[in-house]
Design a protein around this ligand. Structure first.
Ligand code: FES
Length: 114
């Protein structure tokens, strides 16, 4: 089913938005952000060790806002592709989350509406 996770007009460049969905019977923490106008979402899970990228503070980017950064060991991910370009998981990619952006909101697939 479709889960509404936000309103496109509310997602500003440089202000990531956390949300969660249900997949495989489990809650999956995710985040979305706007990059050069486009909305992109990934699971909030590092590819080195499956911990969250942030510390529940929605700080997903480095100081220059160039890369998504894992706060545990500092892996850097390319925002547009999710690929790790520096750190212990180079070459692995964040798990993308498909977004359905409509006039009534941003929607993702979820096994439950939270
Ligand atoms: S847990 Fe993310 S880089 Fe190690």
């Amino acid at each position: 089913m479709k889960l509404r996770v936000g309103d496109a007009a509310e997602i500003k460049e440089g202000e990531p938005h956390s949300f969660r969905l249900v997949r495989g019977g489990r809650y999956v923490n995710c985040f979305l952000f706007r990059l050069k106008g486009k909305l992109i979402a990934y699971e909030n899970k590092c590819r080195h060790i499956p911990v969250s990228l942030d510390y529940d503070d929605a700080r997903f980017f480095d100081a220059q806002r160039r890369y998504i950064v894992c706060q545990t060991h500092g892996a850097l991910y390319e925002p547009s592709s999710g690929e790790c370009v520096e750190g212990p998981c180079v070459g692995a990619s964040l798990y993308p989350v498909s977004l359905d952006v409509t006039a009534s909101g941003i929607f993702v697939e979820s096994e439950e509406v939270l």
